[in-house]
Design a protein around this ligand. Structure first.
Ligand code: FES
Ligand SMILES: [Fe+2]
Length: 455
């Protein structure tokens, strides 16, 4: 599809209606170019810090042709290396076909081909028959190639570009906005992944807006209608609910509190529905506290007071079992919204006591496939964190729960529709779907093609 040439030049906040070509979703050449222009240039979330607690603990992370070993070194620092032996290029740690990644513990890495060895700092420690090279093997040429790595939010981030900017600069202003939520203290309740029949952008764009909620998730409509916004922050964006001037309103919108019905009952119903049918966005503590509202508050209690009471009693319940929610200034909660889209492929759906995160990346060079991942986190009493591992799941209701399967139901269908000769290009809602517009404006800068143009 031709780009009309009316480029959106302004670095403003994409208030006007735009469109962009479908090549980013469907073109194999574009997908191939993403490796060098995008995936090898950006900071990528590659795992959780708690997954490598002790020296020698390591995990692998793969994106297209690159595989990275992330290891906790003997000095307790987190390091990352290309997962490739410097001798003849064998993968150092095998990631079995069909596995998302490998996690384990080693005191050293030994290549299975000819036995070259590396320590936890990536230095070569042994080469059989080294003298045969007659002194030509300098330390640099035999050590593992390092990869930039840093940690924030409890995640390990890697960047394959040796010239990259620091992680904190790259993530700004998400760091400042999300630090008060202390995301690094949360631990996974479940984490699942799958191979989906859509481009990775289609998968991410199923979650980066609230415009779809009333149609894709009609069951939530009975709990009230709330208008969502999306704001641009350079590479990144966030979404939230309008009139979120304080925590009450932001949270009440997210939780669909505010119906005409008895808010004590609708809060409990909404919590039970979310817990059972979405298995995310709430906790057992919040559900239990919501169930008690009808006993603890008189009939006719205004919605705002119901919300206050519910959150205060859930906070107290958690505190009693050693789980302390961070206290975040209500104005800040309002500004932070309900989810952040970290360029290019990570979404953090934060709150003070739980979060839901999505990511998606290519599965090889077929633009119509991706690796999709979702993980749900919450706060646990120390020592009671569950041990979880990535679970491979097909995109079904049985595997992922009803609400997520509603979102999945659009993905392959969007991918198919994008390929139609009759489709004239995406037209994201300039207010509610601005995160998608921003994703494509930024992608175009990296990819040097596909700039959004005015509708
Ligand atoms: S390729 Fe690794 S030791 Fe030969
Ligand atoms: Fe959804």
């Amino acid at each position: 599809m031709s780009n009309s040439g009316k480029r959106v030049e302004s670095a403003g906040d994409l208030e006007q209606a735009i469109t962009y070509p479908t090549e980013a979703y469907t073109c194999r050449v574009y997908a191939q170019a993403e490796r060098d222009k995008l995936w090898r240039k950006v900071w990528l979330q590659a795992g959780r810090v708690e997954d490598i607690p002790e020296p020698g603990n390591f995990l692998t992370f793969d994106v297209l042709d690159d595989s990275v070993i992330i290891v906790r070194s003997a000095d307790d620092s987190v390091r990352a290396f290309h997962n490739v032996c410097s001798h003849r290029g064998r993968r150092l740690v095998d990631v079995p076909k069909g596995r998302r990644n490998v996690r384990g513990r080693k005191s050293q890495f030994i290549c299975g081909f000819h036995g070259w060895r590396y320590d936890l700092e990536g230095r070569n420690t042994h080469i059989p028959h080294k003298d045969d090279w007659q002194g030509a093997l300098g330390e640099d040429c035999v050590s593992l190639s390092s990869v930039n790595v840093d940690c924030w939010g409890g995640w390990i981030w890697i960047n394959l570009d040796s010239q990259c900017e620091p992680l904190q600069d790259y993530l700004a202003p998400a760091v400042e906005m999300l630090d008060p939520f202390e995301l690094q203290n949360m631990r996974c309740r479940w984490r699942k992944w799958g191979v989906f029949d859509c481009n990775w952008k289609v998968a991410m764009e199923a979650f980066n807006e609230t415009y779809h909620v009333s149609t894709t998730h009609p069951e939530f409509n009975q709990y009230g209608e709330f208008r969502g916004w999306a704001k641009v922050h350079g590479l990144h964006s966030n979404i939230g609910y309008e009139a979120a001037r304080d925590m009450d309103k932001n949270q009440s919108a997210k939780l669909r509190l505010g119906t005409n019905a008895d808010p004590r009952i609708s809060t409990a119903q909404m919590q039970e529905y979310t817990w059972e049918k979405a298995n995310t966005n709430t906790t057992q503590t919040l559900v239990n506290a919501a169930r008690r509202l009808v006993d603890e508050l008189p009939e006719g209690t205004p919605p705002g007071e119901v919300l206050q009471h519910w959150l205060a009693s859930a906070r107290a319940d958690d505190e009693a079992r050693g789980v302390v929610w961070p206290s975040v200034d209500p104005e800040h909660v309002g500004k932070s919204g309900t989810a952040w889209q970290i360029f290019p492929n990570f979404q953090i759906g934060h709150s003070v006591n739980n979060m839901l995160c999505y990511s998606a990346r290519p599965n090889g060079y077929d633009p119509c496939q991706c690796i999709f991942e979702a993980a749900v986190y919450e706060l646990y009493p120390e020592g009671e964190e569950p041990a979880t591992e990535w679970e491979f799941c097909p995109p079904t209701e049985e595997a992922w729960c009803y609400v997520l399967s509603q979102d999945f139901s659009n993905m392959a269908a969007v991918q198919q529709g994008m390929k139609s000769t009759g489709f004239k290009g995406p037209k994201p809602n300039p207010y509610m779907e601005r995160s998608t517009a921003n994703l494509h404006r930024n992608l175009a800068r990296y990819m040097e093609t596909g700039s959004p143009s005015k509708l």
